[in-house]
Design a protein around this ligand. Structure first.
Ligand code: HEM
Length: 358
């Protein structure tokens, strides 16, 4: 239990929060009212917001809500028109920087905010599923956007058994039966995640994604100044599931390294505690795990994990093509990270496949 709390993960939901995020805080009342009524959002209404006070006294959940609210407002301000407003006004900039320092995350929207702390149940008597969850704050107010993020949350949820097995695997490495079960659990977890991609495809229209809310998920590509604060020198990418800790964790336990500076860079945007978990798993000796797999004749189970991971990544590549390249009439072959999309994703699949044991 201690490890779950330390790394901010849960047995049921993995990296996603187990309970809905906070929806309200008195000191954020005007900000929340503005976000809920997007028609009245414009640079002027954002500049008129009061500055949130007492941030240093907030508890963790309140801090995450403040982060979500401020980072959404920043993105709406920055991408209000084709030419971005690169100077974030002090009333929003100062709290943003304070929150960023307290959370040890860059001052921009990340999946920690858009996904993990931004969901609610539709019906509290029903289960955690994209059909029964929605975003608390949304850019477009569409169900398509709800599904876009809740399906990604659902993937983290379906990955929870894999996370549990990854944590326990080290202690069970000398026990062939338990090791076998852990590998099967990780493979099955990956297999089940494909369902969430199906739900996403069915409920989120690629055109609504591409033309409706993707522009608000862009990074601060043209540079940004937080008024009255020290200059930010690092590049600030927008929220993307490429920041998902789950796949980085699975790679880490299997000893898969993609040697890709962009993927390394995306880790800066993860929750500090999730970053720490991945780094702790990377410190394990993955060659010892492979030796044990061979010693106990578990190659089939190991290769099952690798092939499910490749299969998931292939399905995800098709998704990226259908949601980015196609709606752009093939003009946009680059992802949110600016990489050549298909080549980048195919390289990740090839590196994963390379770890099959013959
Ligand atoms: C319509 C939905 C999606 C689109 C359009 C999409 C697009 C992309 C693109 C273009 C990349 C390449 C890197 C970049 O440019 O930033 C990428 C990488 C990645 N995406 Fe997605 N993605 C989607 C959904 C998801 C979901 C639901 C997950 C689940 C957690 C996910 C996890 C990842 C991961 C882990 C990577 C890094 C490569 C890897 O480890 O396989 N994506 N995605």
């Amino acid at each position: 239990m201690f490890r779950y709390a330390k790394y901010h993960i849960t047995k049921t939901h993995g990296f996603c929060t187990e309970n809905p995020g906070l929806g309200f805080l008195k000191s954020l009342e005007p900000h929340i009212a503005l976000l809920k009524d997007q028609k009245s959002i414009n640079p002027c209404s954002i500049r008129s917001l009061p500055m949130q006070k007492g941030i240093e006294n907030l508890n963790y959940e309140e801090l995450e809500l403040s982060c979500l609210v401020h980072s959404m407002i920043n993105s709406l301000y920055y991408w209000n028109s084709e030419i971005p407003n690169t100077v974030i006004p002090a009333n929003i900039a100062k709290p943003t920087i304070k929150i960023s320092k307290l959370l040890d995350r860059p001052p921009i929207l990340t999946i920690v905010s858009t996904q993990f702390y931004n969901w609610d149940y539709i019906d509290y008597s029903k289960s955690f599923h994209p059909d029964n969850t929605k975003m608390m704050f949304s850019f477009s107010g569409t169900r398509d956007e709800d599904y876009f993020f809740t399906c990604a949350n659902y993937i983290e949820y379906l990955g929870a058994p894999a996370v549990k097995s990854i944590l326990e695997l080290e202690d069970d490495i000398e026990n062939p039966k338990k090791l076998r079960n852990h590998l099967i659990t990780i493979g099955e977890s990956l297999y089940s995640m494909k369902d969430s991609i199906k739900i996403l495809r069915k409920n989120c229209d690629p055109e609504v994604f591409y033309f409706g809310f993707r522009n608000k998920l862009k990074g601060f590509d043209k540079g940004v100044i937080f008024e009255g604060e020290e200059p930010i020198t690092m590049k600030l990418m927008g929220p993307s599931a490429v920041q998902s800790p789950l796949f980085k964790l699975i790679d880490a336990v299997l000893g898969i390294s993609h040697n890709n500076p962009y993927l390394d860079f995306t880790e800066k945007f993860m929750k500090k505690q999730h970053r720490e978990l991945i780094n702790d798993i990377r410190k394990r000796d993955s060659s010892k795990l492979k030796e044990k797999v061979k010693q106990y004749d578990l190659q089939k189970e190991w290769n099952y994990v690798i092939s499910e991971c490749c299969e998931y990544r292939k399905i995800h590549t098709d998704l990226a093509v259908d949601y980015i390249i196609k709606p752009s009439n093939q003009n946009d072959a680059k992802g949110t990270g600016g990489s050549s999309l298909v080549e980048f994703l195919n390289n990740v699949i090839m590196t994963t496949k390379f770890h099959m044991i013959s």
